[in-house]
Design a protein around this ligand. Structure first.
Ligand code: MRU
Length: 347
């Protein structure tokens, strides 16, 4: 089953807030609900929120009462602004919305209102279908880097749930496993929302890939004691120089891996690469509700004092010198990234 899919004129998605304890599909009938589902992380992961937002535009098309294509386009533009503002860091969100809007703008003059609505939906469906193919290609390139017997630290969730299907970094691990390589995954639990412990572990269970969950502060120990051969993660945005914004904690992990000569790979579709930003310092970092940090309990009680305050940046930037390579659907880019990344972007 895909993470997000169109059915009966609705957008359906796996509710990622309640996994692994419950598996439920939610159905959304309007673009505002889609923006909300991205914000509250019912759907999360850069490619998955891009596809969801594209389908959100399709819903906006069907919601629109416009009698002309220019009226429809105005409604789509308003919806695109709302959808793009749902989360700031993953560039796939704006990329997908802008791709659908470009089709609507190009076809406005030569289509009826109904035809334009359908074209918007078709483009959203194309983005979703392509995402699965792109992940498969990325996984083949990445799996070639994995050796039989590797232990891999993986951060956040980058699997089928973070994409339309298959996954980015976790997709590499799945493909290597399917190729018969014996892999062991150390799953960073990924505070504060625990995408690793909840979602990645749930996926690995289903694929039959051996794993153990570690708390985020354990990775340095495993890296220093020679128990890890690779570090893999995805990204929400890659700047032109190869700096990578990904789930908070990625930077510390990459630092520890680099200090211990363990190869570090980011696995990203080219839609995650933002050549308009020269370096990672320009990537907007989402700051989420401190309640996500303070909400954790220990022995059934809140951990922190009642009045405690907290910080909650959802992403951090890993400077490119810490990366061994960036795996894309078009091959693996190696340093110097400011020269080589460009070559992997499809025309
Ligand atoms: O806040 P999330 O769960 O949406 O963050 C997701 C990540 O950081 C992933 O690693 C990233 O989207 C790349 S994997 C497709």
């Amino acid at each position: 089953m895909r993470t997000v899919f169109w059915e009966d004129r609705q957008l359906r998605m796996i509710d990622q807030r309640i996994l692994p304890n419950r598996f439920e599909i939610v159905s959304l009938c309007g673009h505002r609900a889609v923006a909300q589902s991205i914000q509250d992380m019912t759907v999360r992961g850069a490619p998955a929120i891009g596809a969801a937002a594209a389908f959100g535009l399709a819903l906006a098309g069907f919601e629109s009462q416009a009698a002309s294509t220019s009226g429809l386009l105005a409604d789509l533009q308003a919806a695109s602004t709302l959808l793009k503002s749902a989360r700031p860091t993953a560039v796939n969100l704006a990329w997908a919305v802008e791709r659908v809007m470009a089709v609507a703008e190009r076809m406005k003059a030569e289509s009826s209102v109904d035809e334009l609505r359908q074209l918007v939906l078709d483009e959203a469906q194309r983005i979703a279908d392509e995402d699965v193919q792109i992940n498969r290609r990325m996984a083949e390139h990445g799996a070639a880097l994995i050796a039989d017997g590797d232990t891999i630290i993986h951060h956040c969730n980058t699997g089928a749930l973070a994409t339309v299907d298959w996954g980015t970094a976790l997709g590499v691990i799945r493909t290597a496993h399917e190729q018969g390589k014996r892999i062991h995954v150390l799953v960073d639990e990924t505070r504060p929302r625990l995408q690793g412990a909840r979602l990645t572990a749930w996926e690995l269970e289903q694929y039959g890939i051996p794993y153990e969950i570690i708390s985020d502060n354990m990775s340095g120990h495993f890296l220093r004691t020679g128990q890890v051969q690779k570090v893999l993660f995805g990204a929400d945005r890659v700047a032109a120089n190869g700096d990578v914004a990904n789930k908070i904690g990625t930077y510390m992990l990459a630092l520890a891996a680099h200090a211990n000569d363990v190869p570090v790979y980011a696995v990203v579709p080219t839609s995650t690469i933002d050549l308009s930003l020269a370096h990672g310092g320009l990537i907007p970092i989402e700051e989420r509700d401190p309640a996500e940090v303070l909400g954790i309990q220990f022995q059934g009680e809140p951990v922190a004092p009642k009045q405690a305050r907290a910080r909650n940046p959802a992403f951090d930037v890993t400077p490119h010198p810490l990366l061994t390579g960036i795996v894309t659907e078009n091959g693996v880019a190696y340093p110097p990234f400011e020269v080589n990344l460009n070559k992997f972007i499809s025309p």
